[in-house]
Ligand binder design. Structure first.
Ligand SMILES: C[S@@+](CC[C@H](N)C(=O)[O-])C[C@H]1O[C@@H](n2cnc3c(N)ncnc32)[C@H](O)[C@@H]1O
Length: 239
């Protein structure tokens, strides 16, 4: 599907709405979409791709379908599901059991908002990427309408209130706790931090899911914190 386009965004949005009932469909579609995004910069065939914090492994499997040697690194065994890809490694993104520069592509989808030190997490992604290699990072920022994850959009009224409301309405505990496994990350400071690095070049900074003006929306301070929804950063490791 053409990216960006209204058809693609509507299809992804519909899949997200069915995520609880049909995660297989949602994540297979999202993985295909993300692989298409990577392939705009580098063909996946025969490349080494590390998927960091890849959950159930849908992205790793899609990269493999396209001919990549792809490996999943996931610290939480409960996220792996019943059938993790063969060769999956239980490992934290802060300290990957990989030599410097082994990956053609380091990939992380929707992980940065779940780590309390995004700078260190990014440094580890850069370390394992070869000079000239690609780094794909996307995250949902705090002021995004989806920033509070399962308790969104009530996070705009404060995390405590949103969590309490979620528990009252659903009768089950929330998966995410602010400051523990979900962190308030913002687009402006993250872009500033990444642009200040001398080991990566920012190739693209755009909204991951927007149907139009995906790059423009990420450029406007203030507005971008609410309107971008999810920031996609494409970085190139400096030689
Ligand atoms: C919202 S899920 C995203 C899963 C998948 N990447 C996707 O886009 O569907 C966040 C993932 O980040 C992982 N995660 C959290 N902290 C991490 C860390 N320090 N290193 C690597 N992964 C981490 C979680 O275990 C979880 O699988």
């Amino acid at each position: 599907m053409k990216d960006p386009s209204i058809r693609r965004s509507v299809t992804l949005f519909r899949a997200f709405m069915r995520e609880q009932q049909d995660p297989e469909h949602t994540y297979t579609l999202l993985a295909r979409d993300a692989a298409d995004q990577v392939e705009r910069y580098v063909p996946l065939k025969d490349r080494v791709v590390v998927d960091i914090g890849g959950g159930g492994g849908y992205f790793t499997e899609e990269f493999r379908r396209r001919g990549a040697q792809s490996y999943l690194f996931e610290p939480d065994a409960t996220e792996l599901g019943a059938r993790p890809p063969e060769g999956t490694v239980l490992a934290d993104g802060y300290l990957l059991p990989l030599a410097d520069g082994v990956a053609d592509v380091a990939f992380s989808s929707n992980v940065l908002e779940h780590v309390d030190d995004p700078g260190t997490f990014l440094s580890e992604m850069v370390r394992v990427t070869r000079p000239g290699g690609l780094i794909y990072v996307s995250f949902t920022n705090w002021y995004s309408p989806w920033g509070g994850h399962e308790w969104a959009p009530w996070h705009y009224l404060g995390a405590d209130r949103a969590v309490n409301r979620y528990q009252r309405r659903t009768g089950k505990p929330a998966k995410h706790t602010l400051g523990e496994n979900l962190h308030a990350i913002h687009i402006g400071p993250t872009l500033k931090q990444v642009r200040a690095r001398d080991d990566v070049q920012v190739v693209s900074a755009r909204s991951r899911y927007w149907p139009f003006l995906a790059g423009a929306v990420a450029k406007v301070p203030g507005l971008r914190e609410v309107a971008t929804w999810n920031l996609l950063l494409i970085l190139r490791r400096c030689p």
